[in-house]
Design a binder for this molecule. Structure first.
Ligand code: FAD
Length: 532
């Protein structure tokens, strides 16, 4: 494309200006730039029949986060003399993009590469159309640290199936594109197109959601960068009282000493981890920029933790799952998935609904599921607890069912990471120590003996004495009456007995493992630590 023709930057994820190679290429290519985002009905059409507010595929918390991110992106582009062109697809996003490419006489199309199956099909359709129309297409890898296709190539055409092998192949990630610029090319003529202002969730027709708890995540690049800085600098809330040099020391200590398995999953007012996942999911924050910023802190200290438990180790987990998912056919299901153990999961709609709706009678499990519904985010080990409980720990229900619930309700819902972790937690792949089961009673208690987390998310239990808060069915009736929480009426009795259910699960897992053709599984024998 010459500078005379127009360029389009098509935003999907990567909702940011910093480290955005597609935007950078678009801006260099042309004197006219069309920054486009297309609202996709697949994710946004409200579904009144869903179990909780939102569309069939996205809970309202994630929809809200996306809209906030778009509004922020628009504001940031406007500061550079441009704006976001928001279009609505009637049905197929690819068709809308192709029409705009033609109508606006675009000469160069730039968009970030995306490895999810849905995105691959969508993007192929657009790319084929563009090529056939003589439009130059540029699709840089910038959502992940590394290019999954390149890692697979380096590994002889197969994805590395252990973290260690992935890390040894990966090496150091490319530097982010952090060039500052003060202006973008002006937006070209958009003709008859209806350009939408960024709608609110109400305007999209989500009905009355005024009663919903608003999650503590505001979408957008501005917030992402602020939070990253806060995470790297200030996990301690005492900044006002400390001398700067002491404070700097504490900042670095948190990053340098970060050890994922030691985090407290019940800490919700000040999470034990960065809580940046929603921002990484939508690309409001570049993982390469985040990685580099952590390196700066590492360089300023004597010692720091290392992957897999360190903070950079977490970003490598993300890339690990992206790579394996990209190179594994049917990664998101059990059938036809070569790295997934075939397990005869049982069906129980009643148990599944109890789990999904936070009604299992185990307050630790239910509080986590309620946090999921309300906030769209939980600590990693909290996710471990409920995923184990649904699958190989207590209920023996298919991981795909739990995956679907997470996929819809998490703000950070991410196809590669979510499926990868469900495969892991259900002992279907990557991790095989199925006899190690999280207790729905003692695991949470270890971190939060008073049950503050439970009291917050399950208000009906807020006055339950601490000795019963994890097992309220053991409270004497007099106490249940006194705290106005009768078990079986105000809060459910346990839907399974953990002792017998977990024993039964172990037995069934043992049988399934014995039957499955272990030799067909390339990761046989290589297990990793369960607490990542
Ligand atoms: P931090 O510990 O601060 O880590 C920084 C970043 O590293 C995260 O934001 C995330 O991008 C990445 N990361 C951290 N842990 C993992 C991991 N185990 N695997 C891959 N990447 C990781 N994470 C998602 O982003 N989307 C999902 O849909 C998702 N589904 C999950 C489902 C299950 C059953 C489980 C057990 C975990 C899932 N995770 C998912 C991984 C992990 O729980 C979250 O990434 C993490 O809790 C987010 O919090 P944070 O940003 O504070 O993480």
């Amino acid at each position: 494309a010459t500078a005379a023709t127009a360029a389009m930057v098509w935003f999907r994820k990567g909702l940011r200006v910093h480290d955005n190679p597609a935007l950078d290429a678009g801006r260099r290519a042309s004197a006219r730039l069309y920054p486009v985002f297309v609202l996709d009905p697949r994710y946004l059409r409200p579904d009144p029949a869903a179990a909780s507010p939102g569309s069939a595929r996205a809970g309202v918390a994630r929809v809200r986060f996306l809209l906030e991110s778009l509004a922020d992106l628009d504001a940031r582009l406007r500061r550079l003399g441009s704006r976001l062109l928001l279009l609505r697809a009637r049905d197929d996003v690819a068709d809308t993009v192709c029409a705009a490419l033609k109508d606006w006489n675009i000469g160069k199309l730039c968009f970030e590469s995306d490895t999810e199956p849905y995105a691959l099909a969508r993007d192929k359709k657009v790319t084929d159309f563009a090529m056939a129309s003589g439009i130059e297409v540029f699709t840089p890898v910038s959502h992940t640290l590394f290019d999954p296709a390149e890692i697979i190539k380096k590994n002889g055409g197969r994805p590395p199936l252990t973290y260690q092998s992935f890390v040894s192949i990966a090496g150091e990630p490319p530097e982010p594109v952090m060039e500052e610029y003060s202006e973008l090319p002006r937006v070209g003529d958009t003709g008859e197109y209806e350009l939408l202002p960024v709608p609110t969730v109400d305007e999209l027709g989500y009905g009355d959601i005024s009663q919903e708890e608003i999650p503590p995540f505001r979408g957008g690049e501005t917030e992402a960068l602020r939070r990253m800085k806060e995470s790297l600098q200030n996990k301690v809330d005492v900044s006002a009282f400390l001398e700067l040099h002491i404070l700097n020391h504490i900042h670095q200590e948190w990053v340098a000493k970060f050890e994922k398995p030691k985090g407290d999953p019940s800490a919700f007012l000040k999470p034990a981890t960065t809580a940046l996942s929603p921002y990484l999911k939508f690309g409001c924050l570049s993982s390469r920029h985040f990685y580099q910023c952590i390196q700066v802190v590492y360089r300023s200290v004597k010692n720091h933790t290392k992957p897999p438990v360190s903070l950079t180790g977490q970003l490598l987990w993300r890339d690990f799952f992206y790579t394996v998912s990209y190179g594994t056919p049917n990664f998101d299901r059990m059938k036809g998935n070569k790295i997934c153990k075939q397990i005869p999961w049982s069906e129980s709609e009643e148990l599944f609904v109890a789990w999904r709706d936070g009604q299992t009678g185990y307050p630790w499990i239910d509080a986590i599921m309620i946090q999921l519904r309300k906030w769209g985010w939980m600590h990693h080990l909290a996710r471990h607890s409920v995923a184990c409980f649904l699958t190989r720990g207590d209920m023996f229900i298919h991981w795909e069912k739990g995956r679907d619930v997470f996929e819809r309700l998490l703000i950070d819902s991410d196809w590669a990471i979510n499926n990868g972790n469900w495969l892991w937690l259900s002992c279907s792949s990557f991790f095989y120590q199925y006899h190690r089961i999280y207790s729905p009673i003692t695991f949470g208690k270890k971190y939060d003996p008073n049950g503050n987390y439970i009291r917050h998310f399950i208000p009906v239990l807020k006055d339950m004495p601490k000795e019963y808060i994890y097992e309220p069915w053991t409270a004497p009736l007099s106490i249940q009456k006194k705290v106005k929480c009768i078990i079986g009426k105000d809060y459910p009795k346990p839907v399974v007995d953990h002792e017998t259910a977990s024993k039964d699960c172990r037995k069934r897992m043992g049988e399934a493992y014995a039957l499955s053709h272990l030799d067909a599984n390339p990761t046989k024998g290589k297990t990793s630590n369960s607490l990542r």
